[in-house]
Design a protein around this ligand. Structure first.
Ligand SMILES: [Zn+2]
Length: 380
């Protein structure tokens, strides 16, 4: 196999991916581009599903083994003000050894590497040890409907999912989960000219937020995934009138945790509030409905056999041992946790590039990652 030709084709594919904008719900064109490429690279099977996900399968030497799944999403966030970019966000230009553009690191550079690791084996006339399935899923940036569709409809067993979220070619063993709760304080509405005739819920809400700034450090931490954090985000009241005091006021708390449960977070809110809140309500149902279960995005113990084997193969491919690390952001991996599917994150690109103006990825890191992936696919 001609490595420099393979690498050139991989970079060109990454550029074409960036040149094909793919905001959530507008992933049809990129889905077609990826399916065409998988077909041209002679995968054994290429198919789409009804939600818009795209798949490619390379048959393994032993087709009875559970599959190795490569997962990336097809969508990206809005590029924002184009004047803040050094080059246009959808040009796919290379500047000083880095590919620049919306989605370069999150997640089109990694997507190209995953697809071309499969192509590398095909061009070398090699078969992977087990079936390899590429899954390109829609709507990751807005809740993960594509990933949830894949995990609930797949008709084969999975040995390992490799998430292509940027990890700088180290191995990410997890990230914290998300829980969002509304905390509401009730009062009694009054005309703003006679406030003493009512009971203004903005005061207990303010007292609660002041206490929260002081008590948040008491939330517990996970050994590897780090401390639980809380961020108050939205504030709402029932009235739209400027001269009426509200009947209720509420704040949305965004918790990131791998060590607390819904129940323990509710207790934390009760203890923090100087006046008892009228209501504590989940903003949406979490993936794991048990209120006493510890919330995690995903977590793979470093000593697990799957992690050790994947790390050794990737290390041999790259010529250096990847560190074991974790993600700050959330990924589609959280939707696979309830199904007990083993997962790691491994991809080129820095997490800090994701969602920024001027997003870019190092080409040297992409090539190192391609070598790591090829070794993993061949022998895992
Ligand atoms: Zn991503």
């Amino acid at each position: 196999m001609n490595w420099s030709k393979l690498w050139e084709d991989c970079v060109r594919f990454a550029q074409r991916l960036i040149q094909t904008p793919s905001m959530p719900f507008a992933e049809a064109a990129i889905g077609e581009l990826v399916a065409d490429e998988l077909g041209a690279l002679e995968m054994d099977e290429v198919w789409r599903d009804e939600i818009g996900n795209v798949y490619g399968r390379l048959y393994g030497k032993d087709r009875s083994l559970p599959a190795l799944v490569l997962n990336t999403h097809l969508d990206h966030v809005d590029p924002g003000d184009p004047t803040l970019w050094p080059v246009p966000p959808y040009a796919g230009e290379i500047v000083n050894g880095r590919l620049v553009g919306r989605g370069a690191a999150d997640i089109k550079g990694p997507l190209a590497v995953q697809v071309y690791s499969m192509a590398a084996l095909r061009r070398a006339g090699l078969r992977p040890r087990r079936d390899v399935v590429f899954t390109g899923v829609v709507q990751e940036e807005i809740g993960g409907a594509g990933a949830r569709h894949w995990v609930t409809h797949k008709a084969y067993d999975v040995a390992l999912v490799v998430l292509g979220e940027p990890s700088a070619n180290e191995i990410a063993l997890g990230h914290r989960g998300i829980v969002q709760m509304w905390v509401q304080f009730n009062g009694r509405s009054a005309h703003a000219s006679v406030p003493h005739t009512g009971k203004n819920p903005n005061y207990p809400l303010a007292a609660f937020l002041t206490n929260l700034a002081a008590t948040q450090h008491t939330l517990s931490a996970h050994l590897l995934l780090g401390p639980t954090t809380v961020a108050p985000t939205l504030l709402e009241v029932d009235t739209k009138s400027t001269n009426v005091t509200p009947a209720w006021a509420r704040v949305l708390l965004d918790f990131r945790t791998a060590s607390e449960s819904v129940r323990s977070l509710q207790a934390f809110i009760q203890q923090t509030a100087p006046h008892p809140p009228a209501q504590i309500e989940l903003a949406w149902e979490p993936d794991v409905p048990d209120p006493d279960a510890t919330i995690t995005g995903f977590y793979m113990p470093p000593e697990s056999e799957v992690v050790q084997r994947a790390r050794a193969l990737i290390g041999a491919g790259m010529g250096r041992e990847p560190a074991l690390t974790s993600y700050q952001f959330a990924t589609d991996g959280r939707h696979f946790t309830p199904y007990h599917i083993p997962m790691i994150g491994y991809a080129p690109g820095e997490e800090s590039q994701a969602h920024t103006a001027g997003e870019s990825i190092s080409l040297a890191q992409m090539e190192e990652s391609l070598r790591g992936y090829v070794a993993l696919l061949r022998d895992f």
